[in-house]
Design a protein around this ligand. Sequence first.
Ligand code: C2E
Ligand code: MG
Ligand code: MG
Ligand code: MG
Length: 278
Amino acid sequence: RAKALPFTAHCFYDPSMDAAAREKRSLAAALREALASGGGLMLHYQLQASVTAGEITGYEALLRWRHPTRGMIPPSVFIPLAEEMGLIPALGAWVLRRACTEAAAWPHPWRVAVNVSPLQLADASLPGLVAEVLAETGLAAERLEIELTETAIVEDQERALSILRAIKALGVRVALDDFGTGYSSLKTLRSFPFDKIKLDRFFMAEIESSAEAMAVIRSVLAEGVERPEQLAILRAEGCDEAQGFLLGRPSPAVSSGPEPEAAASAPRPPDAAPVSEA
Ligand code: C2E
Ligand code: MG
Ligand code: MG
Ligand code: MG
């Protein structure tokens, strides 16, 4: 076989691919090390609020990783890496345990939303892990919300559905994240027991101009609310729950501080809304 392919092997040699693979292995090794020591990993929290009541409903836990020499690595880089390198079970368990431990100390109505990778939803041990962490931390089940993306349910629908049902049977809430970015129809989604649909922030860009975008904003949580005008539309249309830089950025500590109240007051001039990621 090797004899038959002398120049294909030669043609496929690409030093930059080699470097990329080395880079990936080195990053994965550092992430594995962070997991083993707990160093460099932390959760930031971004508030979710009821825009009609102007009250905090909960916080989404967002994983952060500071590499020992390279500084902050974005989740868009290290989450896919963890998925590819088999680190998701350990990383996912770390996030769940940490988020539930911290949330157990928050004021009682506040929920914590935890992102779960599609790989975790394909693993039948997830409901057991969730039950174990709730028991361990004493967090009431209804204060935990699991966030899943559409990719988690398209692969093997039956399996995903049965794992979801087992999680819901514990009393945990389930939210569909980034709705509008995948290919699932609302009809498919209706057969899944979601408690909440999080409208992807790309919708926010269209909210002022599109009737379709308008039609789906009732009964969803709107992500990526950056401008007061967007918040005003959500409120007028009865879309009650929202998350975005206007209300608060992901931060290392939760607070009941002035951000949601400021956002819940009358729409402010656009220059009052910071929009770039810190
Ligand atoms: P996501 O779950 O959709 O989280 C929301 C993302 O949007 C966060 O990015 C947040 O910082 C950003 N965001 C929030 N409000 C605004 C806004 O008003 N404008 C803009 N432009 N962005 C906003 P982040 O923290 O970089 O996380 C990116 C993604 O990484 C998350 O998207 C989620 O899919 C994934 N991720 C983060 N933490 C975890 C985790 O613990 N486990 C897993 N499996 N995935 C995670
Ligand atoms: Mg999320
Ligand atoms: Mg999202
Ligand atoms: Mg997203």
